[in-house]
Design a protein around this ligand. Structure first.
Ligand SMILES: NC(=O)c1ccc[n+]([C@@H]2O[C@H](COP(=O)([O-])OP(=O)(O)OC[C@H]3O[C@@H](n4cnc5c(N)ncnc54)[C@H](OP(=O)(O)O)[C@@H]3O)[C@@H](O)[C@H]2O)c1
Length: 350
């Protein structure tokens, strides 16, 4: 059994398949395929389809009527193993692969397991791209990451600046492994005509995110911290760093929409940012989350903990121009959905 139920319920995210993006969609409509017609005959493998982002992509594929969606779980197909990759492709015979399986985590997890972050992400991607080319897969969509950008990239991050420096040290093994997959896809396109595209999603958030303090990203970590402090009646919480770095966040359902638009409409070698184009400091973010959660205590900054990359904000014009993607969910609305989801699942688990 390789198909696995996505864990996102329809009330967590109303699918918006078929909704026009904006005026651009109408302008370019003649060149772009109709979404439902594109997916109607496609057998799609979504690696990482049981994960946070993957669940939304699977839900969106269902919303668009994809012929078959196969979600390989790591227990059966450990995609770091070449044999498992070959077995998956032989079992599923996909027309299109969306590769989202990855070892991911926040700064703490990246610092504790740099070797795993490098090896797992490189080996999964390298073997999947190679074996998919060998198996005659029609299109391959690789998920990169904003962590691939150089530490001191001018803001907003433009795709053309990807190679102008080394990534921020704490997430370099993860970022460099992902970047290698960009080169692999471009090489296979150049030598074999393999249709491989590479997307760079910014930091994501939303219902279904990972709230485990050992491995979570900043938004779920702060929501949990504020909620637990509120429940205990604490007068203060501690936050990492000095609050000065800025970040961009994209609502996970919007990211899934961007990925599917790219899969449908974009067939080129250039890497493409998938973001919201907004920027917020960690200090403002922490205060906003505390307010929305209802935690009224003090926020104490711990400058002995790393800040991570100083600024992050993507230039999102390429995605808009090449496949008409723009994010839609206002940040505060997305945060409210995320907090509501966490409370529902947190309280249910207590
Ligand atoms: N979350 C973000 O903010 C963010 C931002 C930018 C880019 N991305 C990219 O988006 C993708 C999805 O991220 P996510 O946050 O949704 O991740 P996630 O929730 O941690 O999900 C990871 C998925 O990878 C699968 N996986 C891990 N190791 C595997 C292995 N050895 N063999 C087969 N499958 C394996 C897991 O499958 P099992 O459950 O079966 O183990 C799981 O479905 C990743 O490529 C990530 O780099 C994420």
């Amino acid at each position: 059994m390789i198909y696995d139920q996505a864990r996102v319920s329809s009330d967590a995210w109303p699918p918006r398949a078929g909704v026009k993006e904006d005026g651009m969609d109408e302008q370019r409509g003649a060149e772009w395929p109709d979404s439902r017609a594109f997916w109607a005959d496609k057998r799609v493998v979504v690696t990482g389809g049981s994960g946070f982002l993957g669940s939304y992509v699977v839900a969106a594929l269902r919303g668009r009527g994809a012929r078959e969606v196969v979600v390989p779980r790591s227990a059966r197909y450990d995609l770091r193993q070449g044999e498992a990759v070959r077995q998956l492709l032989s079992d599923a015979r996909p027309d299109l692969v969306i590769h989202m399986a990855a070892r991911v985590g926040g700064i703490g997890a990246n610092r504790e397991h740099p070797a795993d972050f490098f090896y797992d992400n490189l080996m999964m991607g390298a073997q999947l791209i190679h074996e998919s080319w060998r198996a005659g897969v029609g299109k391959f969509v690789t998920m990169g990451t904003v962590c691939a950008y150089p530490k001191h990239t001018p803001v907003p991050f433009r795709e053309d600046d990807l190679w102008n420096g080394y990534p921020e040290e704490t997430n370099a093994p993860y970022g460099v492994a992902k970047k290698a997959l960009l080169v692999q896809g471009q090489s296979y396109r150049a030598q074999y005509g393999f249709n491989s595209i590479f997307l760079l999603p910014v930091n994501l958030y939303g219902p279904g995110d990972n709230f485990d303090p050992q491995s979570s990203h900043v938004i779920p970590a702060l929501i949990r911290k504020c909620q637990e402090a509120k429940e205990r009646g604490d007068t203060a919480i501690e936050a990492w760093g000095d609050g000065s770095p800025t970040r961009e966040f994209l609502y996970v359902a919007d990211a899934a929409e961007g990925i599917l638009l790219a899969a449908e409409r974009y067939d080129g070698p250039l890497p493409v940012n998938i973001g919201s184009g907004s920027e917020i400091s960690i200090r403002d973010l922490t205060e906003q989350i505390a307010r929305l959660v209802g935690f009224e205590g003090e926020i104490r900054w711990d400058p002995s903990k790393p800040n991570g990359q100083p600024r992050r904000k993507l230039d999102t014009s390429r995605a808009r121009a090449l496949f008409g993607f723009e994010s839609r969910t206002p940040f505060e609305e997305g945060l409210r959905h995320t907090i509501a989801w966490y409370r529902e699942h947190h309280l249910a688990a207590v």
